[in-house]
Design a protein around this ligand. Structure first.
Ligand SMILES: NC(=O)c1ccc[n+]([C@@H]2O[C@H](COP(=O)([O-])OP(=O)(O)OC[C@H]3O[C@@H](n4cnc5c(N)ncnc54)[C@H](OP(=O)(O)O)[C@@H]3O)[C@@H](O)[C@H]2O)c1
Length: 319
């Protein structure tokens, strides 16, 4: 049983704790907040058996915790990751893993030196339907990939964290990392940013960003759109020379559909009840990897996280 400690009792941490309630491989053994009353309230609501820690340092140092789940705002991930690694604590870090490639490199450098497990909580990569789509492509069901597209938007412009530069706000940091991970998953690792068009609000936060990517050999084009101002359909598509895969909700796969070149339905897989428990997969992957003595999760190897961070640097420099 993997004993997880939650670092930061915010919104996503509560959803994760609820998802893990009946899990047999993973348990929430501790929760840490900057405020004792907040941690106590969080534990009472979501994980009554968890130990309550006041201050993140105490959680990082606890012998009762196998993995710390870092669920603080984006700009704090680096500081909290390094603190845990220095305590030889395995970590699962919320997306975006870091604010830049330099931060990501530094975290992995420290983790490698100490043999500590680190993974990015890019929850989509761990989902069964993501793996199924990769399997269809590997089996040649759509032939060579030619075009990839996805949009991801929520009407969340009123969320304070997203409007704060100090907390790493903006639509690209919050949502673009998902579309870039989608691009890397289905276009391959050798891609570059071709064009960026971002609309900024006064604080320098991008309210929506659209960008194009191209494979280094020029054979695949990708188009992506993220926004914090509207609920989009969140659909994605991967088009190959002999067929296509349509994704219903690229941020929590509801359904994937395999079509032939002339749009004949070949196969369709629905998430069904998985749709409600998507956070479980990333934790089960951590439990499995740590039990095998691995320091990376196969679904989100360090190289992938570094690539997402590097492409994010490029996109922000072109905004
Ligand atoms: N995977 C997903 O589906 C998903 C969804 C939403 C968000 N996220 C990611 O999860 C992270 C947290 O997002 P969230 O929506 O849960 O944010 P949130 O509700 O604002 O919670 C963040 C928590 O971080 C702690 N914190 C530490 N320093 C802080 C500071 N200076 N200001 C505010 N909070 C601070 C607080 O916990 P204490 O007060 O208890 O110390 C706070 O409750 C972000 O990186 C975000 O991108 C992931």
């Amino acid at each position: 049983m993997l004993r997880v400690g939650i670092l930061g009792c915010g919104s996503i941490a509560s959803k994760v704790a609820d998802s893990l309630k009946r899990n047999r491989n993973v348990t929430i053994a501790g929760v840490a907040s900057r405020e004792r009353s907040k941690a106590k309230k969080f534990a009472a609501l979501h994980c009554p058996d968890a130990k309550v820690f006041t201050g993140y340092e105490k959680l990082a140092a606890s012998k009762d915790i196998d993995l710390v789940y870092i669920a603080t705002p984006n700009t704090y991930h680096y500081e909290h990751a390094i603190m845990c690694i220095k305590e030889y604590k395995n970590i699962l870090v919320e997306k975006p893993f870091a604010m830049s490639k330099a931060e990501a490199d530094s975290i992995f450098f420290e983790a490698k030196n100490r043999g500590v497990f680190v993974a990015e909580a890019m929850w989509t990569s761990y989902m069964p339907l993501h793996k199924k789509a990769l399997e269809w492509i590997a089996k040649g069901r759509i032939g060579a990939v030619k075009y990839v597209s996805a949009n991801l938007g929520y009407d969340i412009a009123n969320v304070p964290r997203l409007n704060s530069q100090a907390l790493g706000g903006g639509s690209y940091y919050d949502l673009g990392v998902y579309t870039t991970n989608f691009a890397l998953s289905f276009m391959g690792d050798d891609i570059r940013v071709a064009r960026v068009f971002a609309r900024q609000i006064s604080s320098g936060i991008d309210k929506d960003t659209t960008y194009s990517m191209e494979s280094e050999d020029g054979s695949i084009l990708g188009n992506f759109y993220v926004t914090m101002c509207a609920d989009t359909d969140k659909d994605g598509v991967v088009i190959g020379e002999r067929g296509k895969i349509k994704f219903t909700n690229i941020n929590n796969y509801r359904k994937i559909t395999l079509l032939s070149q002339d749009d004949t339905l070949l196969e369709e897989v629905e998430a069904k009840e998985d749709y409600l428990h998507g956070y479980v997969y990333e934790f089960e992957s951590c439990a499995n990897a740590i039990s095998k003595g691995l320091i990376q999760a196969p679904e989100m190897p360090w190289a992938r996280t570094v690539r997402i961070a590097a492409l994010g640097d490029a996109i922000r420099s072109m905004m």
